[in-house]
Ligand binder design. Structure first.
Ligand SMILES: O=C(O)[C@H]1O[C@H](OP(=O)(O)OP(=O)(O)OC[C@H]2O[C@@H](n3ccc(=O)[nH]c3=O)[C@H](O)[C@@H]2O)[C@H](O)[C@@H](O)[C@@H]1O
Length: 431
């Protein structure tokens, strides 16, 4: 927001406050002007407060953004309303945070396809190539989803969105992802996964009506748990990375907001999600890039050359799990920021139940790309990785009808097809 608009907003608000405070008072003009001039004296401070949130670049000093985002105004509100308009009977109205992210894009597009109202929110940070996020945004725009540019830590923006649209659901996918990057930039995890989550839940608990919240936790919360397959009842108090610790903290924070305010909350523990439009920081993605470039790839192995494996889960299966979670979410029970009764609190594993060694992942990629990888086997560094993940999905199967149906070979084929077409257009660079 520019400074002149901030001033107008201040003046408008002051008059509104004065109007509410002194609606019938004959002293209204003088009292209002007193208020105006005393607050004008503090304009620089006010301006700082107002302008900071809508300029997402300043909310996280460890991150760079492509440009300062601005929001508000009649045209902007019209776009927000139109994007969030439900177009099917019994449709829901969903605010999707992290909409220009990998899972966020797929979930937003799927909701829009079935006629739900969808509004996206994303801060377009540069954790990985922002051009890919912009390309996903363009894809969503073409299907009628407006992605608002802003940060989940911007309370004023979130409240504004709830003023404009009465969201029935929030699909909260904005997060600082990645297990190993937490050692390089720990504060970005606290900023997005803890402070950001709290901010989202604060706004949700105060909204009238309160939305139901579905959000992304992670399989990494199982940490050093060695009992396989991982069940939601297993211990999650031994995270192996700061990333995992912030996701686990998120689950506890969710409990608090459910307990105090009656918010209906569902946490989804995603297991290494992959597919078209995926995240370039993930191994399957940068292995593809490096194999094609003839660069060597490091493959981690456990103690005594032990196998490292992941329960790789294809994006379309994850999307089905997300939509089923939204559809089965009960209403929140609070209003006016107060709990009126017990509310639903759930956690589900969304995995594939079929762990695959990373070496096998590489062999599949070699076949699909028709290029031999230059493999370097490395003892797994102490960087937060765990050796093995494997989801027990009985609960999700029973409660959500979740049934993953894509094996790694099939899913990677679709990913490679997308990768080659996306990066062969000549305009994009894979870095
Ligand atoms: O499911 C999850 O909980 C997590 O899945 C992924 O984390 P991760 O499974 O570590 O995915 P990758 O970073 O793509 O790694 C996949 C496998 O490749 C291995 N790897 C990674 C990098 C590398 O250079 N070499 C290598 O062998 C890792 O040890 C791991 O076993 C995501 O990055 C997390 O955001 C998500 O929460």
């Amino acid at each position: 927001m520019d400074s002149r608009r901030a001033l107008y907003v201040c003046l408008y608000r002051i008059f509104t406050i004065a109007d509410v405070a002194y609606p019938t008072s004959k002293h209204f003009p003088s009292q209002a002007f007193f208020l105006v001039f005393s607050l004008l004296g503090s304009y620089p401070y006010f301006f700082f407060l107002r302008s900071t949130p809508s300029s997402s670049s300043s909310s996280d000093p460890s991150r760079r953004f492509l440009r300062n985002a601005s929001w508000g105004g009649p045209a902007w509100e019209k776009r927000v309303r139109s994007s969030a308009r439900v177009r099917s009977r019994n449709g829901i109205t969903v605010l999707v945070t992290g909409a220009a992210g990998f899972v966020g894009t797929h979930v937003s597009a799927a909701l829009k396809r079935r006629g739900d109202g969808v509004l996206g929110l994303d801060n377009f940070n540069d954790y990985y190539e922002p051009t890919l996020k912009r390309a996903r945004q363009a894809l969503l725009e073409r299907s009628g989803v407006f992605v608002v540019e802003g940060d989940i830590n911007d309370g004023a923006l979130l409240r504004k969105l709830f003023d404009v649209v009465a969201f029935s659901h929030v699909m909260h996918l904005a997060a600082q992802a990645g297990v190993r990057y937490a050692m390089q930039n720990p504060s970005s995890y606290v900023h997005s996964n803890i402070a950001g989550l709290v901010n989202v839940l604060e706004v949700c608990k105060s909204a009238n009506p309160q939305p139901s919240v579905v959000w992304a936790s992670s399989s990494s919360v199982y940490g050093l748990n060695s009992k396989v397959p991982f069940s939601e009842r297993d211990r999650t108090d031994q995270p192996a990375s700061l990333y995992a610790a912030t996701k686990k903290a998120g689950e506890e924070i969710a409990h608090t907001y459910n307990h105090i305010y009656g918010l209906s909350i569902t946490g989804l523990r995603f297991f290494t999600v992959y597919g078209p439009w995926g995240r370039p920081d993930m191994a399957y993605f940068f292995f593809t890039k490096d194999i094609l470039k003839g660069k060597s790839i490091s493959i981690f192995e456990g103690p005594n050359h032990g196998t490292v494996a992941r329960d790789f889960t294809y994006i379309d299966d994850i999307v089905k799990g997300c939509l089923a979670s939204l559809d089965t979410a009960e209403k929140s029970t609070g209003s006016g920021g107060k709990k009126k009764g017990p509310a639903q609190l759930r956690v589900f594993n969304l995995g594939n139940t079929s762990p695959v060694p990373v070496t096998k992942l590489v062999s599949i990629l070699e076949r699909l790309l028709k290029v031999k990888a230059n493999r370097v086997m490395l003892k797994m560094p102490r960087n937060g990785d765990v050796q093995f993940t494997h989801a027990n999905i009985t609960l999700a199967q029973r409660e959500l009808g979740y049934k993953p149906s894509t094996d790694l070979q099939t899913g990677l084929k679709k990913f490679v097809r997308w990768y080659l077409s996306y990066y062969s257009s000549g305009k994009k660079s894979s870095g």
